[in-house]
Design a protein around this ligand. Structure first.
Ligand SMILES: Nc1ncnc2c1ncn2[C@@H]1O[C@H](COP(=O)(O)OP(=O)(O)O)[C@@H](O)[C@H]1O
Ligand SMILES: [Mg+2]
Length: 292
């Protein structure tokens, strides 16, 4: 399912109190890929992703989700199919937990969308297992869990509804490094199982490792929307203008290029960069210890 945003403007509030935020957004979210959305705080990332499942409706222009068109005129009752297709995982999703047990919390979504008790339980168990949640804790209160476990329950709650597209607003924020690595692996697994993933992130290393496509937001507008390799091939000065950091490997490669080295492709990892450098350097002319 493709999502198209066409000529979208969005302002918060109504009447004289409006705060214009998004301006003339045209974007395609491609099916089966991970699209990362980056940009400075306040650039409109969270506002943009809430258009994808019509939590916020456009002030002008439209969002086309699969077959369905959302405009400022679309009625609330017509939005349910979109909410079922596009699942939203907010920043600190554990704050959305509410049920007395983990299992009931995750079953809530499917039940709400019309599943039977049996179907909802199956969907919940499948989702909890997909996020690596320990079966022994299904009957626990979600509020007695560790931060990482709570977040898994919250993710499972969205996954259990089996949306075609899942949107994550800074999902790794506040997790320890091990928790972050597990979460990133989960996003990759979801993509590889055919889901479309939209991910807001301010961690460039994460974007480089994970994203297929990247959207750069600046002051409520799209500054770039392209493949991850194309984006990071842009000059260093461009990233400075956007107030964006570069991943370390990319920054190093750009320094080397400025010093006169040429590379045949963008190195996404240190190992790739080292391999490309080795092809250019005559190691026998370098000093240091050589092990024959
Ligand atoms: N509910 C709201 N009412 C009015 N303005 C808002 C609201 N939410 C966000 N904004 C404003 O919209 C702009 C974009 O915010 P946001 O989408 O949260 O950006 P980001 O996620 O990139 O940090 C900011 O200037 C912010 O102050
Ligand atoms: Mg935000």
């Amino acid at each position: 399912m493709v999502i198209n945003i066409e000529g979208l403007d969005f302002a918060y509030g109504a009447g004289k109190q409006t705060v214009p935020v998004l301006k003339d957004i045209n974007l395609t979210i491609e099916s089966g890929k991970i699209t990362a959305i980056i940009g400075q705080t306040g650039s409109g990332k969270s506002t943009l992703v809430q258009q994808l499942n019509a939590l916020l409706k456009p002030t002008a222009g439209q969002v086309v989700v699969g077959e369905q068109v959302v405009t400022s005129q679309t009625k609330e009752k017509d939005l349910a199919p979109i909410r079922a297709k596009v699942g939203m995982v907010f920043q600190f999703p554990e704050s959305q937990l509410f049920a007395p047990t983990v299992l009931e919390d995750v079953m809530y979504g499917p039940l709400n969308f019309g599943a039977s008790q049996k179907e909802a339980k199956e969907a919940a168990e499948k989702a909890l297992s997909a996020v690596g949640f320990d079966q022994k804790l299904y009957e626990q209160s979600p509020f007695n869990l560790s931060g990482g476990q709570m977040r898994r329950v919250a993710l499972a709650g969205v996954l259990a509804m089996n949306p075609e597209t899942m949107v994550f607003d800074e999902p790794a924020a506040g997790l320890d490094p091990a928790g972050q690595a597990e979460l990133l692996q989960l996003l990759k697994d979801l993509r590889d199982s055919g889901k479309t993933i939209v991910l807001i992130s301010h961690q460039m290393e994460q974007v480089l490792a994970l994203a297929d496509q990247v959207v750069v937001m600046k002051d409520g507008q799209v500054a770039a929307a392209e493949a991850v390799d194309t984006l990071f091939s842009r000059p260093k000065a461009w990233f400075e203008e956007q107030h964006l950091d570069l991943p370390e490997t990319i920054a190093f490669q750009k320094e080397m290029e400025a010093a006169g080295f040429t590379f045949d492709h963008l190195a996404k990892t240190g190992a790739d960069l080292a391999a490309q450098l080795k092809g250019q350097l005559d190691l026998s002319k370098l000093g240091g210890d050589h092990h024959e």
